[in-house]
Ligand binder design. Structure first.
Ligand SMILES: [Fe+2]
Length: 337
């Protein structure tokens, strides 16, 4: 069904001749070699060349704004719904044809189709089983318990992964609950927030902390890393999905939308349909250890071994309401100091 739809789209591009030899241009803050292989396969299948411009999300958004109607960008592909929401706020995306998104659950796409999730990741607790009993773990909220004093690590509160987790906390529990949770969490940190997600796992491995808040795919990347130390870290640690009996684990997406001033809108939609096809969803899952957004696609066996879990029951686009509040509150709390 999806393949048939995709073929139709591609055919219509050839028939109408709107692919006038111009390459499809993707601006992205993803930097995975595995993505390049997917674009190569798309070119092979459709004859549409793909060009990539990589930079940070902020740089790409600014660039699209300053290029205006002359932008070469057709698609903007960003990690984290917080950045996609920023692109919507800046009015640089155009809605896509909803029919190509029908296989994507509603909570992973913008209600007016300005972007869709392509892959997802959960922000989980990673712990050392020698120092943490499974019965010690339950919820994000419970990380503020006095028994957790000096045992928790996470990266900077300025990072969008944490800002999205914090935004989801406000969406589910309100601002007041967030204020006290944020202070309680800060009190229980083993060190000032620093480094990336993998560094948090390494801190737990080394004994500097017992529990890290981090994204699932980094465990997969470390487990299959070329670096023997990273493999050792992943092998020693366990993954816990918090809030299973309450509000669910925080899940986020990487996703993309069509740029408002794109020249190649039909080809851009064809690529979106391609990325959402079951085969390509399987490739994302098997090579980058992310979860597919299409429910029928296959999760990598390493990730699948953790089992299924309950997610926060919110449409991710609602987080867009809270980033400004989160930003003010983390600054006020001096969370990273
Ligand atoms: Fe990441």
């Amino acid at each position: 069904m999806k393949i048939a739809l995709f073929s139709l789209l591609v055919m219509s591009i050839f028939l109408t001749g709107c692919d006038d030899q111009e390459a499809l241009v993707i601006y992205t803050d993803r930097h995975y070699e595995t993505d390049d292989a997917i674009y190569d396969a798309f070119t092979l299948e459709t004859g549409i060349e793909v060009e990539i411009l990589s930079a940070s999300a902020d740089e790409l958004i600014q660039r699209i704004q300053s290029e205006g109607v002359n932008t070469p960008a057709d698609l903007l592909f960003l990690t984290d719904v917080g950045r996609l929401e920023r692109a919507v706020d800046e009015n640089i995306l155009a809605p896509v044809d909803a029919s190509i998104l029908s296989a994507v659950p509603e909570r992973y796409r913008h209600p007016d189709h300005f972007y869709t999730g392509v892959t997802k990741r959960a922000r989980v607790l990673v712990y050392h089983p020698d120092r943490v009993a499974l019965s010690d773990l339950s919820t994000y909220e419970a990380l503020t318990d006095p028994s957790m004093q000096g045992r928790i690590v996470l990266r900077s509160s300025q990072n969008v992964y944490n800002q999205s987790l914090f935004a989801s906390f406000i969406e589910l529990n309100g601002e007041e609950a967030f204020d006290s949770w944020l202070l309680g969490l800060k009190d229980n940190l083993a060190r000032r927030p620093s480094g990336n997600d993998r560094d948090q796992a390494k801190a737990v491995f080394s004994g500097e902390a017992d529990i890290a808040i981090m994204n699932t795919y980094y465990m997969g990347k470390m487990a299959f890393s070329d670096d023997p130390f990273e493999r050792e870290v992943a092998a020693a640690l366990e993954v816990f999905f918090p809030n299973q009996d309450t509000t669910g684990t925080h899940v986020n997406i990487t996703g993309l939308g069509v740029v408002k001033n794109a020249d190649n809108k039909a080809a851009a939609e064809a690529l979106i349909a391609y990325l959402l096809s079951e085969n390509v969803q399987n490739v994302f899952a098997s090579t980058n250890y992310e979860y597919p957004v299409i429910e029928t696609a296959t999760v990598h066996p390493y990730i699948d071994a953790w089992g299924t879990f309950n997610e926060q029951p919110i449409n991710l686009s609602t987080l867009g309401d809270w980033y400004q509040t989160v930003s003010i509150k983390v600054d006020e709390s001096r969370f990273d100091q």
